[in-house]
Design a protein around this ligand. Structure first.
Ligand code: TRP
Length: 458
C-alpha cells in the first residue's frame, strides 16, 4: 500500500501520484476548513504544488481533480478544488458563486461518458465515475445493483433529501435491478449529539419517507447499520477487510480526522464502503462477490467512495461506479445546501400548502430586479434565481422550462409569477408524498428491512 504523504515522486506510477495529489488536495481543504495555522496551510499547499509539477513531469498532463491519468479526455484546466472558492466534503458544502457549486470544475469530468444520457429531467446529473463499466455490463446483460443511503439525523426531511432517492428510483425503474439502501444510524450517533435510541428511531421514520418515494418491495432492501452489522457475518467480514487495507494516514487525508476524533469515526468509512461489495448481501446475491455496484449519491459522499474505489481491487472486488446528483440549493440561494436545522432554508416534507407558499414567497432568493419597471426593462437572472433552479429539478417538461427561462430573462415574467409557478408545482408534490407516506405501515417498513432474497436470480 502506498503511504499517503511525504516522499518524493521517485519511482511512483502516474496512478500513485494522482492518488497522492488527490489526497493532498483533501488535506489542504481540511486545513482551510479547520482554520489551521497559516504555516501549516502554506506547507500543505507547497507540497500540493510540488506534486503537481511531479505529476506533469511523469504524465505530461496537467492534474485534474476526479480525472485519473489514464481516463483523461477532457482538456480544460481544472485545478483541485483547493484552488477555487468551492468547498465540498461530507459535512460542508459552500461556494461564493451565486450560481452554486461549479461541479464541472470540481470534478473536471463532464462529457467523459458520451453514452450516458444526461437528460434525466428529475435530477441534474453532474458527473460519473466508471459509468462506462456499468453501461458495458448493461449492454452485455451482465448484472449490477444500486446502492445508496442516508444518515438519519432527524425525522424532519426536506426536499433536498429526496433528490438522490427520486433519482435512484428512476434508475431502478429504468434498469430493473436490485437496490440496497443503507441507513447510517451508527454514523449519526458517532458524529452528532444524539442517543443510539434516537438515531435508530430516526432510521425507522426516515425509512417511511424513503419507501414513500415508490420503491418496489421486491427489488429493494433497506437496512439500519445498527441492526444489520450484527446480523450479517458477511457484511461484517467486508467491513473488517476494508479496515485492514486503509491506513489512518489515508482516512486522515481524505476526511480530515484529527487526534481528538473518537475512534468510531475513524473506523466508520469502512462501514459505508461495505455495501459497495455484493458479497455483503449473500441473501440477495447468493454469495457472488463480483456483481458490479452503481452508487447514486450527492457529491459530498465522494470521499467515502474514493476510498472505497481505492481499496476495492486490493481486497479482490470490483470498484463501485458512481453517479452524482447535484445539491438542491437552500431557499436563500445556491451558496449552500438546504439545512435541516434552519426551518426557513428548506421546504420540509411535512409542510402544509400554506407554509410552502409563504416560504417560497418570503425566502426564495430572487434573481429579479428591485422594481417591476427595472425588471421589465432589464429582465431577471434565472441562473441565480432559486425558484427557477427548483423548477429545473421538478418541472418535467423541458420546453416549458426553457420558455420560463427566456421569459424571466427578458422581463416578460415577473418574480411573483415565477414563484407562483414553483408554488403550484411543489404543493401537489408534497401533498401526494404525505399521502403516500401515510400508507406506509410499520409492517411495510419491517418487510423492506428484513434480510431476504429479492426478485432476481443470481
Ligand atoms: N453518509 C451518508 C449521509 O450522511 C449516508 C450514506 C451511507 C450514503 N451510504 C451511502 C449516501 C451511499 C449515499 C450513498 O447521508
Amino acid at each position: 500500500m502506498t503511504d499517503c504523504l511525504g516522499d518524493g515522486a521517485g519511482d511512483m506510477t502516474p496512478m500513485d501520484l494522482y492518488e497522492k495529489l488527490t489526497s493532498q488536495g483533501d488535506t489542504v481543504r481540511t486545513l482551510k476548513t479547520e482554520k489551521a495555522a497559516k504555516a501549516d496551510i502554506d506547507a500543505a499547499v507547497q507540497l500540493l504544488l510540488k506534486l503537481k509539477v511531479d505529476y506533469k513531469q511523469v504524465t505530461g498532463q496537467d492534474y485534474k481533480t476526479g480525472c485519473p491519468p489514464s481516463e483523461c479526455v477532457v482538456s480544460q484546466d481544472n485545478g483541485p478544488a483547493a484552488d477555487g472558492e468551492d468547498m465540498v466534503d461530507p459535512w460542508n458544502v459552500s461556494t461564493t458563486n451565486a450560481k452554486g457549486v461549479d461541479y464541472d470544475k470540481l470534478i473536471g469530468q463532464r462529457g467523459k461518458h458520451n453514452g450516458v444520457s444526461y437528460a434525466v429531467t428529475l435530477c441534474c446529473l453532474s458527473f460519473s465515475r466508471d459509468m462506462h463499466q456499468v453501461l458495458d455490463a448493461y449492454e452485455k446483460n451482465k448484472s449490477f445493483y444500486l446502492y445508496t443511503g442516508r444518515g438519519p439525523s432527524s425525522d424532519a426531511l426536506h426536499m433536498g433529501h429526496l433528490i438522490p432517492f427520486i433519482f435512484t428510483k428512476w434508475l431502478q425503474d429504468t434498469f430493473d435491478i436490485p437496490l440496497v439502501i443503507q441507513l447510517t444510524d451508527d454514523e449519526k450517533y458517532l458524529w452528532k449529539d444524539l442517543s443510539l435510541e434516537d438515531c435508530h428511531r430516526y432510521t425507522m421514520e426516515n425509512a417511511k419517507d424513503i419507501i414513500a418515494c415508490g420503491f418496489d418491495i421486491n427489488k429493494t432492501f433497506i437496512f439500519s447499520d445498527l441492526d444489520y452489522m450484527g446480523a450479517s457475518p458477511d457484511f461484517y467480514r467486508n467491513v473488517v477487510k476494508v479496515q485492514k487495507h486503509v491506513t489512518f494516514n489515508q482516512v486522515k487525508g481524505i476526511f480530515g480526522f484529527g487526534d481528538s476524533d473518537c475512534i468510531g469515526k475513524i473506523a466508520f468509512p469502512a462501514i459505508q464502503a461495505a455495501p459497495s461489495f455484493s458479497s455483503s448481501f449473500p441473501q440477495i446475491f447468493k454469495g457472488r462477490k463480483d456483481v458490479q455496484c452503481l452508487i447514486p449519491c450527492a457529491i459530498d459522499q465522494d470521499p467515502y467512495f474514493r476510498m472505497t474505489r481505492d481499496v476495492a481491487p486490493r481486497i479482490g472486488y470490483p470498484k463501485p461506479a458512481l453517479l452524482h446528483s447535484t445539491f438542491f440549493p437552500a431557499l436563500q440561494g445556491a451558496q449552500t445546501k438546504m439545512s435541516a436545522s434552519d426551518a426557513n432554508s428548506s421546504i420540509f416534507l411535512t409542510d402544509t400548502p400554506k407554509q410552502i407558499k409563504n416560504k417560497v414567497n418570503k425566502h426564495a432568493f430572487s434573481g429579479g430586479k428591485d422594481t417591476v419597471e427595472e425588471h421589465r426593462k432589464y429582465g431577471g437572472n434565472p441562473d441565480v434565481d432559486v425558484s427557477f433552479m427548483y423548477l429545473t429539478f421538478f418541472l418535467e417538461d423541458d420546453e416549458q422550462l426553457e420558455k420560463i427561462r427566456q421569459d424571466y430573462a427578458s422581463g416578460a415574467l415577473l418574480t411573483g409569477e415565477l414563484k407562483k409557478r414553483l408554488i403550484e408545482t411543489l404543493q401537489p408534490m408534497i401533498t401526494s408524498h404525505q399521502e403516500r407516506r401515510k400508507q406506509v405501515t410499520e409492517e411495510t417498513v419491517k418487510q423492506f428491512m428484513t434480510p431476504r432474497p429479492l426478485n432476481y436470480s443470481f
